[in-house]
Design a protein around this ligand. Structure first.
Ligand SMILES: O=C(O)c1cc(=O)[nH]c(=O)n1[C@@H]1O[C@H](COP(=O)(O)O)[C@@H](O)[C@H]1O
Length: 235
């Protein structure tokens, strides 16, 4: 049975052993999992096989950003590894995203979703200003998401605060993946543009990425089950 929940648990761990221990407690019907830079750097691609063997759909979050040829080839390798979703940075530009989309289109029966990161959820207006972007996060997300869509991306990573606007602007089928999800009372940490799981879903998010609120909870499974319950997902 495939996953019933929009939750993607970020397995941000410094060792493969810790990430597998957590994954073994989770249920592939209750969540998908995400492998990011920390875990992939320590474990390499074998972690993808291990998580697939446990029955999980895997989001490979390496946020590729490089010249078009390099990124297209990296995305192709990720798809070959059978990941459910892979991401690039929208700020890499149209040619980089089009080359990546073409690489996946050329694969027979491609099933990997290709998503572009817009403005990181850890950034606010003052962070953008410092890197030379003089518009609001919402305006910049809108511009990058429109570029991502017209460059052949299946969707974007944004904050749930932009989900409603993007859903209206770009249509309900354009996939919105939203980190910066914090249940009421959870520590915000380094995230700036946050929302609760229920608010994010009503705003139009398709998938909710959650790391620390689940992985650092005293009872991760109870927390995940409770978040699913608030979203009406009963597994
Ligand atoms: O692409 C991502 O997944 C991502 C994009 C973004 O804008 N913000 C963001 O937090 N993420 C990732 O989502 C996860 C959020 O983790 P927590 O803040 O612990 O819930 C981390 O693994 C981040 O790398």
């Amino acid at each position: 049975m495939s996953c019933q929940s929009p939750i993607v648990v970020a397995l941000d761990y410094p060792t493969m052993t810790q990430s597998i221990e957590m994954a073994k407690q989770l249920d592939p019907k209750q969540c998908r999992v995400k492998v990011g830079k920390e875990l992939f750097t320590t474990s390499g691609p074998v972690i993808l096989d291990e998580l697939h063997k446990l029955g999980f759909e895997v989001f490979l979050d390496l946020k590729f950003h490089d010249i078009p040829n390099t990124v297209a080839n990296a995305v192709d390798v990720a798809a070959r590894a059978g990941v459910w979703m892979v991401n690039v940075h929208a700020s890499g530009g149209r040619r980089m995203m089009e080359a990546s989309a073409n690489a996946l289109q050329q694969r027979m029966d491609n099933k990997t979703l290709l998503i572009a990161v817009t403005v990181l959820t850890s950034m606010d207006q003052s962070d953008l200003r410092e890197v030379g972007i003089d518009v609001t996060p919402e305006q910049h997300v809108k511009r990058l998401a429109a570029l991502a869509k017209s460059s052949g991306m299946d969707g974007v990573v944004c904050s749930a605060q932009e989900s409603s606007m993007l859903s209206t602007e770009l249509g309900k089928d354009f996939v919105l993946v939203t980190p910066g999800i914090r249940p009421k009372g959870a520590a915000q940490g380094d995230q700036k543009r946050i929302m609760t799981p229920a608010e994010a879903m009503s705003a139009g998010s398709h998938y909710l990425v959650m790391g620390r609120p689940i992985t650092q909870s005293p009872d991760p499974i109870a927390t995940l089950t409770e978040v699913n319950r608030t979203l009406g997902v009963h597994v």
